[in-house]
Design a protein around this ligand. Structure first.
Ligand code: ZN
Length: 70
């Protein structure tokens, strides 16, 4: 069946018995277990980047405001 490729976001093929995932667009070829971990890892990384980005931006913004008020 067709699923979204975790790498290039195009159509990848999931084996009917869930044994492997194969994407002809980017050459992704891994077991379904690896595929699930690949997605989980990517989403965890993405969340980390987002929280880091939000945290540092807020810190800089409040610091700047304090400087201006002084
Ligand atoms: Zn792909």
């Amino acid at each position: 069946m067709k699923i979204k490729c975790a790498k290039c976001k195009k159509d990848a093929e999931l084996a009917p018995d869930y044994s492997f995932v194969e994407c002809k667009e980017c050459g992704l070829d891994m077991s379904y277990g690896e595929y699930v971990r690949f997605i989980a890892h990517n989403e965890a990384t993405y969340s980390d980047i987002l929280s880091d980005y939000t945290g540092s931006t807020e810190g800089e913004t409040s610091g700047t405001l304090d400087d201006w008020e002084d």
